[in-house]
Design a protein around this ligand. Structure first.
Ligand code: CU
Length: 279
């Protein structure tokens, strides 16, 4: 009897813990509320099944408790029960998988008007590259990586000359514009993760992975590496700031292009007549 009661309390306690838990997602800052919905659906299904199974166990412990003179029936098979359980399980698994597949197809279907932003990971820092005035990122190759060319931008590609290079510093993005995130690594596996964006993706040396999102809220958010990448993994932190359009432009003006970094005397002026000194 006590055991049945404990099982019931486990269910009640788990549900209450879920409802009153202080741990929940950080407030969302992107268009991916679909991802939150899929998690809620999974919570409902797994929560329902967990409660049903444990309550059924409690019921059995109570209903079929030891009684003098009572013996168990031997019933190795029940076709009806097997069918019923197979169909119910298949429906439950489908209900958990289908929303995820739907979200995934959206996650990798980049809108045509999205701006490309490249994230380049290395042990143990985050670098970024934004297309310059031409709106195009130049070719890159990790064989070209050097101290003067930390992201391995191909100097022979004219599209790359005006690319904005952000090395080991914070990324800024304008609010409300879709961003096509291209992910590269120049050494080992990393994973670009900003919890508020509800988006992350592994970065695989030798290939370019991608996803897209639209920032929906201004603020500064942590960038985490979500793939164990060596002894400095836990320190591989960064920040991305979502700005209003004006703040974003102001930040952009202070960044250096690939051409400027290659010819150090010109560093610091995106526009030739900018009335400022370089970083
Ligand atoms: Cu990493």
């Amino acid at each position: 009897m006590a055991l049945a009661l404990v099982l019931v309390l486990v269910v009640v306690g788990s549900v209450l813990f879920h409802l009153f838990s202080p741990w929940w997602w950080t407030p969302i800052a992107s268009n991916w509320d679909y991802i939150d919905h899929t998690l809620v659906i999974t919570f409902w299904i797994t929560g329902f099944v967990f409660s049903a199974v444990v309550l059924f166990m409690a019921y059995c412990v109570w209903r079929f408790r030891h009684r003098e003179g009572q013996t168990a029936h031997y019933e190795p098979e029940s076709r009806r029960l097997e069918w019923w359980l197979t169909v119910a399980t298949a429906l439950g698994v489908t209900a958990m998988l289908a929303p995820g597949l739907y979200v995934w197809s959206q996650f990798i279907s980049v809108p045509k008007d999205a701006t490309e932003v490249e994230v380049v990971a290395q042990q143990w820092q985050w670098n970024y590259r934004l297309p310059g005035a031409d709106g195009k990122l130049g070719r890159s190759n990790s064989r070209l990586v050097s101290s003067d060319n930390p992201l391995g931008v191909d100097p022979s590609d004219p599209n790359g000359q005006d690319d904005v290079i952000v090395e080991a510093a914070d990324l800024h993005l304008p609010i409300g514009k879709p961003i096509h995130v291209l992910l590269r690594s120049i050494d080992v596996l990393h994973d670009f993760y900003v919890p508020e964006f509800r988006a992350r993706m592994d970065m695989v040396p030798g290939s370019v992975t991608y996803f897209w999102f639209t920032p929906t809220r201004t603020g500064t958010f942590d960038v985490l590496c979500a793939e164990l990448c060596g002894t400095g993994h836990t320190y591989m932190r960064g920040a991305v700031t979502v700005d209003t359009q004006e703040d974003y432009q102001a930040w952009l003006q202070e960044q250096s292009t690939f051409a400027q970094l290659s010819t150090p005397e010109k560093v610091g002026a995106l526009t030739p007549d900018a009335d400022r000194t370089g970083p």
